[in-house]
Design a protein around this ligand. Sequence first.
Ligand SMILES: Nc1ncnc2c1ncn2[C@@H]1O[C@H](COP(=O)(O)OP(=O)(O)OP(=O)(O)O)[C@@H](O)[C@H]1O
Ligand SMILES: [Mg+2]
Length: 514
Amino acid sequence: MTAVAPASPDCSAIVMRGITKRFPGVVALDGVSLEVKPGECHAICGENGAGKSTLMKILSGVDRPDAGTIEVHGSPVAFAGTGDAERAGVAIIHQELALVEDLPVAANVFLGRELRTRLGLLDDRRMEAECHRLLRSLECDIDPRARTGSLRIGDQQLVEIAKALALEASIVVMDEPTSALTEAESARLERTIAGLRARGTTIVYISHKMDEVFRLADRITVLRDGRHVATVHRSDTDQRQVTAWMVGRDLADGELAGGRTPGARVLEIRGLTLPWPDHPRGHRIADVSLDLHAGEIVGIAGLMGAGRTELLETIFGAAEPNWTGEIRLDGRPVRFAHPAEARAAGIALVAEDRKRLGLFADLDVAANVSLCALGDARRAGLLSRSREDALVAGPIRDTGVKAPGPRAAITGLSGGNQQKCIIGRWLLTRPRILLLDDPTRGIDVGAKAELHRLIDRLCRQGMAVLLTSSELPELLTLADRIIVLAEGRRTAEFSRAEATEQQIMEAATGYAPT
Ligand SMILES: Nc1ncnc2c1ncn2[C@@H]1O[C@H](COP(=O)(O)OP(=O)(O)OP(=O)(O)O)[C@@H](O)[C@H]1O
Ligand SMILES: [Mg+2]
């Protein structure tokens, strides 16, 4: 018996040549080539819509190219589906989570490759045990039997990662794996990546977080508008150059928050507590107080599970109604039973989970953007398409959405552009208080800088903003004050001038180095 010869060490793990992919109205990829060495961590950078996900969907058998060739470990391949790619050792962690919400976690991890008993029955016990082991290796304690849809988006992302790990693939593609993870969880993922690399696994890594790219990648490839711009060794470049390649110009990183003067107090929160009955902690939020003024941006920092999202949802009438404490709007106590009431009172919430709380896949771009401002007029058939187009033109321009037109399918937009549509939707409601839950997750550096300027401008016009972010630099750029939550409790407040990443992390983890 002869064993299958191992790939020769100097043969590339991946060679893609001249890959072209068209969608109606867009050339997503225009003759892109990519070569990845075995055992390498290769990052792919580019603005929203540059073609990163499309290239990786082609590599992993999700989409087929219109032209071009692919070799994996030296052999030409033409994958007809993800199953083919998996058999060739290529696994992908999708940007838009592709989990079945109604199935338990373990069933998702083994979907299509279920473990069976000798009698051919589903071996739930073994799948749960194996799933538990994989999740432990990611240092998280998600219950393999939990319904996947009941998990928060960060946990779902960890399940998606576990699913790819279960394949034990020789090539793992990670499309923005940390976009819903906190710093601590991202650090765990980085340790997992180091473990994979020690075993010789090749990694292709897509991220908009430049510091992550520069920590992890051996080489970086930049795409712009569906074309290859550059491939460089990390040590031969820097963040500024990569960013300039991405956006085609140098970005000025100006001071933003300086010189804003907060006005009257619009929101006052006192002793807010949101119980968590079946959890040892007993509360999602405990005794949180804060003030928010017109023309002010207050940042909420904290790790996943710290209660940031719950805080915003409680204010917005989108959480369990059993909270105690006081929420005052312009001095008057309020208790919204439904988000529609909060909206009528001039509050908007841009949610972190665009798939579950935000996007409507059956509606086109314009309808998704006009949804809250015009939902009723639209349903009653009172709204003409051209009026709607005119209405959404402003927010689409302000947020920098790249789409073939207002009537394009929302599902055809790249992840970051979908997120911009949701922000645009809420701007259209002209809120006085804007609650932003990790608003620039998955948005490229250029668009992020533009959104930061937009939020700053709105704030200077008197809007009050409460902002969470999974990236501390974003809070430090935008917020006048930063409030830190840990396990649902408020542990610190910093003014922007005095805050440092180190101090915030210490307050968020309750860990102070001696
Ligand atoms: N299924 C589809 N139908 C129509 N157009 C699509 C489809 N998938 C992608 N596109 C288009 O192809 C282009 C590239 O999209 P892609 O998702 O690859 O971008 P990306 O670089 O991953 O961006 P992001 O950083 O926002 O995730 C975009 O213009 C997008 O609108
Ligand atoms: Mg993408």
